[in-house]
Design a protein around this ligand. Structure first.
Ligand code: B3K
Ligand code: ZN
Length: 873
């Protein structure tokens, strides 16, 4: 397989103004007729006169130019293209092909999910539907006609506004949809099925009426309220925060149960993994509800950041993804608890993006090359990309940032543009120079910020020395300094924020947070009028995606944990403290846990005035994989042992307080989805977790009672998980009663699989292997694959990294089994092996051997090949 390079980008030789598609839908044989109005692109250099269209797995029936059929000599069909020789400057091309949705296990293009037909075209799936210029900078106006059996497919949907619907004489019906907005083909979608809709309406700020519909299978109609509420809130928020209104007469969401990722922002017809639509308090956890809110918002926001303004090429993916993630993060922060949302986002960034940046798959937010673009829908492009937008918003300030986004929407509406065009809008609207900032898009790796503080009593000054460097990444040995905002405060002994005046500055110095701009490899800042040594609160709100190093004492961390006015930094101080303690325990299992640690934990638990959600976050130990990242060589067993020991010690030492917290937050009233209620549930279940880790009998009794009485899935699944891990017989009983209660709800059953796959119990792999043979398991459903295999390989480090290599062998076997069916999902799984160099020599050898075994397989997909080959580079 050959890589595609950003530097080879050329404008398309042809443009397509309109597309007329006609589908005769059938699960086994669908016929597709495409009429494309093509013309030469005046902005492109003239090629050889041939037209080359993308197309894969299509059975070509006929080709015509301006309705004149072509003879086979006039074109050439290859496995991935159709070339038509010497075409005119402007013409209509008509092709007829047939495709087979029921044979499509890759779930790209047109495929069957249950009894319905649906599509997924991003990034390059449209070429599996018809011959086309399958690239995002070719934007066309689409008309879609769907013809299908009325009984089997009563609902026929496509992008845009409905234009026609009628019954044909042969038991079939026809529906026509017209999308007035030019779009790239990756935003094309169609749906056919026996679906029901939940309906609502939205009136835009300028008074336009929009029909809203969420389509699901009939038995799921009672699980759509939250998704609909989230949609309306998103629409309002985008008007208020960005001045963006919806633009069609109808907005539709369809929930499908076979889906490779989360959801897809097709114009006017978002197609969703049903996991991000369906929720009822008894079937979905708080996290599921929040996930739905965030993904609904994300896909809706794409209408402006992605669809109206799209990407010039796939290297620019973060143009739409980074910005849209930033927008959905801010939306969720406004809907719920801002502080808790930031913690969750940073936790994800640190756990996954920092890890990716330190792996053989490290790449810049704007990658330079790829073999398979589907491998680049990564935490770097999405989450780090969002951090880059967040930093620009911070550097500009809210008013100028809004002016800059207004300019972006005005200047580029209807265009396919680059991340550089986005940054230019930030500059043009604000006057800021972001020349150096642009490096963030092209330079991979996580910068390290080393900060030292020095207080001088005599001159009453405090000097901060800040050094930055970025470790090298594959293909980028040398790194240059970055421009970034460092938000900080200095705290006095009572925790008050000092007025911050830099040496040489006049005027009144306000107390509170100040944002310093870093640009150099090393910079010094001297604050004056600082009579006593302060405690610095650095990188407040995580103002830049960097690893911060400052030599705090344990006492200073406890001080910050108790007093920092920045909620994020209070949490972060607690994390640093726990991380230190855990790493000490890894090194020396006999190390004593200092009294002061329990005291700080106790104090936090006693703080009845505090926000329970934030407290639950503070009381959550760093994950095993994240702890592993902090070590030169990951000590799988040592980390697991240390973490269990600390959990147990907390459960024993703080037993009474934990029981009290569990009781105090045990809300038996109706389910509410407020930040307070979510926080209370999180805290209560955290407390229960420590008690069970300590083998507490009262804790176990409460856990069983909670499992039996729970009327919401958050409490139910928390208890189930704890019973499975610590409850022995009670765990087995709980699993079986959970299974019989929920066997008809696939999304709940996914949780039943996951809970077992992520258990640290020594027999977990054997159980996972048994579950693979369960009649409910299927390799053809990505949600099921992720809930069993994905969960085991990515969320159960101690069992996946078993010293005998059984976990690695299991994974490689699954990748090889899945690759011929669904390369995208197989390649995702494969990533669990790429960081093999981080482990001890024995595990390295075992992991490497499995990667080699995968690479040696015949007919490997581009997707899996790229991940495996890069892992060994
Ligand atoms: N844009 C889609 C992701 C498509 C992934 C293709 N492999 C969903 C999203 O980011 O909103
Ligand atoms: Zn997106």
């Amino acid at each position: 397989p050959h890589p595609v390079h950003l530097k080879d980008y050329r404008p398309p030789e042809f443009l397509i103004d309109t597309v007329d598609l006609c589908f005769e839908l059938d699960a086994d044989r669908t016929r597709v007729e495409a009429r494309l109005a093509l013309r030469r692109n005046p902005a492109a250099t003239r090629g050889d006169g041939d037209l080359r269209l993308d197309g894969e797995q299509l059975e070509l029936e006929s080709v015509a130019i301006d309705d004149q059929p072509l003879t086979p000599a006039e074109y050439r069909v290859e496995p991935e293209s159709l070339t038509i020789h010497r075409v005119p400057d402007r013409f209509t091309l008509t092709t007829r092909v047939t495709i087979s949705p029921s044979q499509n296990t890759a779930l790209e293009g047109l495929y069957q999910s249950g009894d319905m037909l649906c599509t997924q075209c991003e990034a390059e799936g449209f070429r599996r539907i018809t011959y086309f210029l399958d690239r995002p900078d070719v934007m066309a106006r689409f008309t879609t006609t769907l013809i299908a059996d009325t009984e089997r497919y009563p609902v026929l949907l496509a992008n845009g506004n409905p234009a026609e619907q009628r019954t044909l004489d042969d038991g079939r019906q026809l529906a026509r949809w017209v999308d007035p907005f030019p779009k790239p083909c990756y935003l094309f979608a169609l749906i056919a099925g026996d679906l029901r809709a939940v309906e609502d309406r939205f009136t835009t700020a300028s008074g336009r009426e929009v029909a809203l519909r969420i389509y699901v299978e009939p038995h799921n109609l009672d699980k759509c309220d939250h998704a609909m509420r989230s949609l309306k809130q998103s629409m309002r928020w985008d008007e208020e925060r960005y001045g963006r209104e919806y633009d069609l007469d109808i907005f539709m969401i369809v929930a499908v149960s076979h889906f490779n990722m989360g959801a897809m922002e097709n114009k006017g017809l978002n197609v969703f993994n049903d996991k991000y639509v369906l929720a009822r308090p008894d079937t979905a956890t708080d996290q599921d509800f929040q996930g739905i809110e965030g993904v609904i918002a994300h896909e809706y926001f794409h209408n402006w950041t992605g669809n109206r303004i799209t990407c010039r090429d796939w290297f620019q993916l973060s143009l739409k993804e980074g910005f849209t993630v930033y927008r959905d993060q801010e939306f969720s922060a406004d809907m719920g608890s801002r502080g808790v949302k930031r913690i969750a986002d940073v936790r994800l960034l640190r756990a996954h993006q920092f890890a990716e940046d330190a792996s053989p798959m490290a790449h810049p937010v704007r990658p330079e090359s790829y073999i398979e673009i589907n491998n680049f829908y990564t935490v770097t492009v999405y989450e780090k990309g969002a951090e880059l937008v967040r930093m620009q918003a911070a550097l500009l300030g809210p008013e100028r940032f809004r002016r800059a986004t207004d300019l972006y929407f005005e200047r580029h509406d209807g265009q396919a543009v680059t991340t550089d065009d986005f940054v230019r809008c930030m500059e043009d609207a604000s006057g800021c120079d972001l020349g150096q900032f642009r490096r963030w898009y092209s330079q991979a790796g996580t910068p390290v910020l080393e900060v030292e503080g020095h207080h001088d009593a005599e001159s009453a000054t405090y000097r901060l020395r800040v050094r930055q460097y970025t470790p090298s990444t594959p293909g980028q040995p040398e790194k240059a300094p970055l421009h970034l905002p460092l938000a900080l405060a200095l705290l006095d002994a009572e925790g008050r924020e000092l007025a911050l005046r830099l040496d040489g500055e006049g005027g009144a110095a306000p107390a509170g947070t100040r944002v310093l701009e870093l640009r150099e490899a090393e910079q010094c800042f001297t604050f004056v009028d600082v009579p006593e040594p302060p405690v610095p609160s650095l990188l407040r709100g995580f103002s830049a995606p960097v690893r911060l190093r400052f030599d705090y004492s344990d006492a200073e961390l406890m001080f910050l944990m108790a007093h920092d006015g920045d909620g994020f930094n209070r949490w972060d101080a607690a994390q640093t403290l726990m991380q230190r303690l855990l790493l000490r325990l890894v090194e020396d299992p006999a190390a004593v846990i200092p009294e002061s640690f329990f005291a700080a934990f106790a104090q936090a638990l006693d703080d009845r005035a505090g926000d329970p959600a934030l407290l639950a976050e503070v009381l959550t130990l760093p994950a095993e994989s994240y702890l592993g990242d902090q070590l030169a060589v990951v000590d799988v067993d040592g980390i697991h042992r240390a973490r269990c020991a600390l959990e147990r010690a907390i459960g024993v030492r703080l037993r009474d307080r934990l029981l009290a917290v569990h009781a105090a937050h045990d809300d038996t009233g109706p389910y509410r989805l407020t930040p307070e209620a979510i926080g209370a549930r999180a805290l209560k279940n955290r407390a229960l977790g420590y008690l069970l880790a300590a083998g507490d009998a009262e804790g176990l009794a409460r856990c069983i009672a909670q499992f039996e009485a729970a009327r919401n899935m958050t409490d139910c699944i928390s208890a189930l998980r704890l019973l499975v891990d610590h409850g022995g017989e009670a765990g087995l009983e709980a699993l079986s009663s959970f299974h019989s209660r929920w066997s008809g709800e696939p999304l709940v059953l996914d949780k039943w699989f996951s809970v077992q796959a992520t258990s640290p119990r020594p027999d977990t792999l054997a159980r996972v292997e048994r579950l693979m043979r369960d009649p409910d398991f299927s390799l053809r459903n990505p949600n099921r694959v992720r809930s069993l295999i994905g969960a085991f390989c990515n969320a159960n480090p101690v069992r996946f990294h078993a010293a005998d290599g059984s976990g690695y062998r299991f994974l490689a076997d699954r990748v090889l089994e899945l690759d011929p069916l669904n390369p995208q999902v197989a390649a995702r799984l494969m990533r669990a092996l790429v960081r093999w160099r981080r482990f001890d020599a024995a595990r390295q050898a075992l992991m490497r051997a499995e990667i080699e075994r995968v690479l040696a397989a015949e007919a490997l997909s581009r997707d899996v090949y790229e991940v495996a080959a890069k892992a060994l580079e």
